[in-house]
Design a protein around this ligand. Structure first.
Ligand code: CS2
Length: 474
């Protein structure tokens, strides 16, 4: 059907978006990306497209676990539409910065591109969980896929074995760059982790050093790990979005991305082989990124996680629906008060930031699903709830608003029909224990020190059920 509701025959179907339909030159590959997904396309690829020197900066983007996203995009020569979805309507823009879309399993092509001297930047959106951090914040070398990748990489080091994790693939490709003598470059972490440049450094160098001390030393000396704070709410694309693009633009795009109008990118670090002029699109370069990172991670992502668990326990599906529930809103405001008391430095304009977040979250035209945000909670809560709770306790306060987020996650872990988490097995084992010991075991997965504090365990136990059971009926 077309937008007027008339049947459309194959002969009259709109043509597929491609560089033939929209003639636009391909920039040379100078950026390699790991994690080709919707967020990469609404954020880093969008900024690169807007940069004044975009003609010099093409992106080769690699998928994570599945080839699908690369296949669909390759059929469109890398072109796709960003649908900017505001409260009062949509606007559409074709983005052309991705010049090669590749199945992540093609580590040969990854190594070839990373080893090319022209490649200056590697960006990452591989998810928080992919850094395989243990509860001590370091690479968990005992994680089964880390162990498996180490064995594959050791099989002729940078030679035969093909690693399967994003970090393993990155180490493999950096080994190829070292072998080619192609010189230093920047790795830009765009995942929602505090101090994400340092986390990426520790994970990559940690993995490399388990293989080959000289490779680890080379990476350490030749790779600039840039820290960033990234922001743009990007829900999953639906069939209705494909139809909306077709109706408005007159072509078929099988891979559009829907995003809110707001976007933000703060970066800190060096680019030894150059970079696109992302500042042309509003990116900001700072010396001290921590206050910005914490503001975004705690206020935006923290509220998201609280809404994801509390909201689903209360029967809601999207962020906008959960925020319209006074009990959930109250939880968010209380958590923000706690977080704000621990945000210092820079001119953070917290009241305006909070007001803007309320507006962004209540954009009902963006169907941002709570189930999507709820995934990988054990990794996310270590960054979103634990630091605020620790800071509150250190100042002699209860931290009950951060604790309630953790309690809601624990409640959710029992009632959820689907529970995606790198520690799902450990969470299930803890849930088989009863009462206080269950709370303690679950808390130990987030932060062992907190789990050793009886008062915190008691606090969380008292808060369980806040968004379900009796508390709801009040
Ligand atoms: C969300 C983020 O899924 C999640 O965990 O909190 O993806 C969030 O939408 C982005 O960070 C917004 O910039």
């Amino acid at each position: 059907m077309n937008h007027k509701g008339q049947a459309v025959s194959a002969a009259t179907s709109p043509r597929r978006l491609s560089r033939t339909l929209r003639p636009v030159a391909k920039a040379p590959v100078r950026i390699v990306h790991l994690g080709l997904g919707a967020f990469h396309r609404s954020h880093q690829a969008w900024y690169t497209h807007q940069a004044g020197n975009s003609a010099e900066w093409g992106i080769a983007s690699f998928t994570g676990r599945r080839p699908d996203a690369a296949e669909v995009l390759a059929e469109q020569d890398g072109l796709y539409t960003v649908v900017e979805r505001a409260d009062d309507g949509d606007s559409f823009e074709v983005i052309s910065s991705i010049v090669e879309a590749v199945d992540g399993a093609d580590v040969g092509r990854l190594a070839e591109l990373v080893a090319a001297r022209a490649t200056a930047v590697i960006t990452l959106t591989i998810t928080e969980a992919a850094y395989r951090l243990g509860s001590d914040g370091r690479l968990d070398r005992s994680a089964p896929d880390v162990v498996a990748d180490l064995a594959l990489l050791a099989d002729g080091s940078a030679g035969k074995g093909k690693p399967t994790t994003p970090l393993g693939r990155l180490v493999f490709a950096l080994a190829a760059r070292r072998a080619a003598g192609a010189g230093p470059l920047a790795v830009v972490c765009c995942d929602n982790l505090s101090n994400n440049g340092t986390v990426a450094h520790n994970a990559v160098v940690g993995l490399a050093s388990a293989l080959d001390a000289e490779l680890a030393a080379w990476i350490d000396a030749n790779t600039s790990f840039v820290s960033t704070s990234v922001d743009r709410i990007t829900p999953r694309t639906t069939e209705a979005d494909l139809a909306a693009v077709e109706a408005a633009c007159g072509y078929r795009d099988n891979s559009p991305v829907v995003a809110e109008p707001f976007r933000n990118w703060v970066l800190s670090g060096d680019f030894p082989a150059g970079r696109p002029q992302w500042e042309d699109a509003g990116a900001v370069f700072v010396d001290d990124i921590e206050p910005y990172e914490n503001r975004k991670l705690w206020l935006l992502n923290g509220a998201h996680s609280l809404l994801a668990y509390a909201g689903q326990l209360r029967g809601h599906t999207t962020v906008a629906e959960a925020l319209a529930d006074p009990l959930c809103l109250q939880g968010v405001e209380s958590f923000w008060d706690e977080a704000e008391a621990n945000l210092h430095g820079a001119d953070l304009r917290i009241p305006a930031y909070r007001a803007a977040l309320l507006e962004r979250f209540s954009n009902a035209r963006i169907a941002h699903h709570l189930a999507q945000i709820a995934m990988d909670g054990s990794t996310k809560l270590r960054m979103r709830a634990v630091p605020v709770l620790l800071a509150e306790r250190a100042q002699g306060r209860s931290g009950s608003a951060s604790a309630v987020m953790i309690a809601a996650w624990m409640d959710f872990s029992v009632t959820a029909s689907e529970f995606h988490d790198p520690l799902a097995a450990e969470v299930a084992a803890a849930n088989r224990l009863g009462g206080t010991e269950r709370i303690r075991a679950l808390l130990a997965l987030l932060n062992p020190a907190l789990a050793g504090d009886d008062a915190v365990v008691q606090l969380i136990e008292n808060l369980s059920g806040t968004f379900s059971g009796l508390a709801v009926a009040e």
